[in-house]
Design a protein. Structure first.
Length: 467
């Protein structure tokens, strides 16, 4: 075929399989060749299993030739973030402290569901150590880079997944999001990324960061993410936090648009500092919802800067990670993670319990906010991608990654569904993300709104010929 197979979406690949115009083997080989070509530049994958992927693709090919695909994703090349346990492959979590010998006997729920639906697993994608920060670099795997400009970070902590999907190394990846880790790299690399409602996608083992951590799809199109949600949201008894199973098909209603919806637009949540170019691009993008028939009103949700509240949940999680690491190996760990853990150790039980109460109040505030508004839209991030290998863009302005991601982590605290969709490019040609937040459990509504915006605002991908 003359078509660039690496540019096709999962939905497009499946349509070609169905018509017997393309084989899963061809698509998988194209993705693997793309990895071989571009991974030395981008460092998106830390583990690739070419033999297993091609073997699975051949089995998929036989099923499609018989007209009996195994599931919704049969034959689609897919990657897994290296925080998510995967049978037979080491899950090192970006850390030199994890023994590669394993044993690796289990699939996390997301991986198990993908296998059951025939997805061809290519390998594991890079993450900062234990996913602790919003960029992707660390002592084990080094620096992961952005396909739009390799000098820039793809964000994190699902930066390897973002770089892989944006660079055509398979159309689908599963990321984790404990404070923005799907949406931050989605914004920096021009992808769609969804953080579903907490518990909608079963997770096991529970993240050391606790109940702020979600799993979600990272894709180039909203339709692909909806298809993935049909698989990822299937039940798994190992997650006792998971929501009751909802058998909905997330593709149904995806094209229903936003006409009549009440959308609140907050340029800065009332307190965040946003780069002027980013603010202008997002404001222009929000106007498209008006064009599509939604009622858009400038309105802040009304909560104060919840950076300190998030830190009271996240930093003790980092302390828990370090405390459960062999003291003899701690010198091997990322210095930033160790610093964050020391800050986490300083929280008292009373302070942590107080943070839980304040988190509950924040959740109630947002529940009430959504009685008046169907959706909240903001910038995904207040800045574009900055230099790779750095935790912050400017040490004079920011000390930790949480200082430049004020729009993402509030909605980990409230456990609401939130997505990023690309809405424009800066003058330097870097992607900008629009953040769409829905009421708890309204994942389908967030997908629907994102699809409406996507249909009205189509952006090109990165120029991979320059890599």
């Amino acid at each position: 075929m003359k078509t660039d197979l690496c540019a096709l979406s999962a939905v497009e690949l499946l349509a070609l399989y169905r018509k017997k115009k393309l084989s899963p083997v061809e698509a998988t080989r194209a993705a693997l060749d793309q990895i071989e070509k571009l991974n030395p530049v981008l460092n998106a994958f830390c583990w690739v299993d070419r033999k297993q992927a091609l073997d699975n693709a051949r089995h998929s090919e036989k099923r499609w030739l018989k007209g009996s695909p195994q599931g919704l994703l049969d034959g689609v090349p897919t990657s897994i973030k290296d925080l998510i346990v995967t049978r037979g492959w080491p899950t090192l979590r970006g850390s030199k402290t994890v023994d590669p010998k394993g044993p690796w006997n289990d699939d996390a729920p997301a991986v198990a569901r993908l296998r059951e639906h025939g997805a061809v697993l290519l390998g594991k994608t890079t993450t900062p150590e234990f996913g602790w920060k919003g960029v992707t670099d660390g002592p084990l795997t080094g620096i992961t880079r952005n396909p739009w400009n390799p000098k820039m970070t793809p964000g994190g902590s699902s930066g390897g997944s973002a770089a892989a999907v944006a660079a055509g190394m398979g159309p689908l990846s599963v990321g984790t999001d404990g404070g923005g880790s799907v949406r931050i790299p989605g914004s920096f690399t021009g992808l769609f990324g969804l953080k579903p409602s907490f518990g909608r996608v079963p997770a096991w083992p529970l993240s050391p960061m606790g109940t702020v951590a979600h799993l979600g799809p990272m894709t180039r199109t909203v339709e692909d993410a909806a298809l993935m949600m049909n698989v990822l949201s299937l039940p798994d008894s190992r997650d006792w936090h998971s929501l009751p199973y909802d058998a909905r098909d997330y593709r149904i209603g995806l094209e229903d648009g936003v006409k009549g919806l009440r959308i609140a637009y907050s340029a800065d949540l009332g307190y965040a500092k946003v780069d002027g170019e980013i603010a202008a691009i997002v404001k222009n993008a929000v106007g498209k919802f008006r064009d599509l028939g939604a009622h858009v009103e400038a309105k802040d949700p009304g909560f104060e800067n919840c950076g300190p509240l998030f830190a009271a949940h996240w930093f003790p999680g980092a302390a828990y990670v370090v405390r459960n690491t062999d003291p003899r190996k701690r010198a091997l760990m990322d210095k930033g993670l160790l610093e964050t853990a020391r800050m986490g150790e300083q929280y008292t039980t009373a302070q942590y319990l107080d943070a839980i109460q304040k988190r509950g109040a924040l959740g109630v505030l947002m529940n009430r906010f959504h009685e008046a508004y169907d959706l909240l839209v903001t910038p995904t991030l207040p800045l574009a991608a900055f230099a790779a290998g750095k935790e912050v863009s400017n040490l004079l302005r920011e000390k930790r990654w949480t200082d430049w991601s004020p729009f993402s982590y509030p909605f980990n605290l409230t456990q609401q569904p939130a997505a990023t969709v690309p809405c424009g490019l800066t003058k330097k040609g870097l992607p900008v993300g629009l953040h769409i937040v829905g009421p708890r459990y309204a994942d389908a509504l967030v997908l629907r709104a994102a699809r409406a915006f996507e249909s009205a605002c189509k952006l090109p991908g990165p120029d991979l010929s320059k890599l």
